[in-house]
Design a protein around this ligand. Sequence first.
Ligand code: HEM
Ligand code: NAG
Ligand code: NAG
Ligand code: NAG
Length: 326
Amino acid sequence: MYSQGLFLHLIILFLHIMTTTSATLHHDYYRKTCPNVESIVRSTVQEKFRQTFVTAPATLRLFFHDCFVQGCDASVMLASPNNTAEKDHQDNISLAGDGFDTVIKAKAAVEREPGCKNQVSCADILAMATRDVIAMTGGPSYAVELGRLDGRISNKASVQHHLPHPEFSLNQLNAMFASHGLTQIDLIALSGAHTIGFSHCSKFSTRIHNFNSKSRTDPTLNPTYARQLQDMCPINVDPRIAIPMDPNTPQTFDNMYYKNLQKGRGLFTSDQSLFTDKRSRNFVNLFASNKTAFEKVFVAAITKLGRVGVKTGSQGEIRSDCTVLN
Ligand code: HEM
Ligand SMILES: *[C@@H]1O[C@H](CO)[C@@H](O)[C@H](O)[C@H]1NC(C)=O
Ligand SMILES: *[C@@H]1O[C@H](CO)[C@@H](O)[C@H](O)[C@H]1NC(C)=O
Ligand SMILES: CC(=O)N[C@H]1CO[C@H](CO)[C@@H](O)[C@@H]1O
């Protein structure tokens, strides 16, 4: 037991060392061109958050989807006149509009600041806003790496094989995260984002209504929780109904997600499999028992996520409108 604890501790130390530098991104990237950018973004995000809590989960999920499809380049923000952009894929249909709105408002505030016009990318604004919503909901605050350019490509077809699905097994999740340079530990920590936010009933209906020929419900689901989910999400439920993914502390970015998994209260197969599968269970247990350890590994993992597919030089641009190419 002690040696396992020590092993996990060493991994956390190692992750910390790994995240202190990056080849292209810097914490003070806008020091000369727009020194107040972080406080401008933060006050816009704060105002939006005061209007609606959904700002937080919507922005966090938008960042994840952006980074996994074509890299962290705000390509997810691009609108297309003929509905063929990334955001038009059905996996995106559930991205709450408040995430887009947060970035659009923060970009407008940055553009209004003297000297900052056309200096700050939408991709970086999304990364800053994501850091801010995590802190605002009680999660760790961290220095965010900056220097991404906005991408020029966005299409529906690219979404298909780049986003994980809620019915994924650990093997499928690991393969998808590995294809973006992320490890199983990153996967376990980043999945902790499901400590805030909402899911539509359709995303897990098989688990509670028609799991297989032997059992109506997924046997890895806590039976009491399964009944609660059946009550909230009956078979012909209104497709617009969304329920909290962490029923205990739905508005707090804490380690409750992992405590829920220990009790069979993971909403998706992808969540519960992190505990069911012995290969990932140790980290679920660590994060459930030690919030500080979770926060450390989460910060390392989201920093890595923010480096996926970053565009520099001629690969990108600084969009003046986040939803349209220059
Ligand atoms: C590991 C694989 C993952 C799968 C299969 C997955 C799947 C999903 C699904 C199906 C929903 C519900 C969408 C809806 O019905 O509206 C959701 C919501 C959410 N996901 Fe994930 N997700 C994963 C990882 C992540 C990661 C890595 C993050 C961020 C770091 C994230 C952040 C969120 C947030 C914040 C929400 C709530 C959105 C809202 O309330 O508007 N997810 N996810
Ligand atoms: C949709 O519009 C984009 C430009 O906005 C264009 O490149 C693409 O070919 C169009 N796709 C279809 C199917 O018309
Ligand atoms: C929790 O994790 C932190 C960070 O890794 C570590 O410093 C601390 O000793 C751990 N606490 C316990 C009670 O194990
Ligand atoms: C938030 C957002 O832009 N959602 C879009 C996702 O895609 C559908 C079409 O498939 C659009 O109708 C939504 O507006």
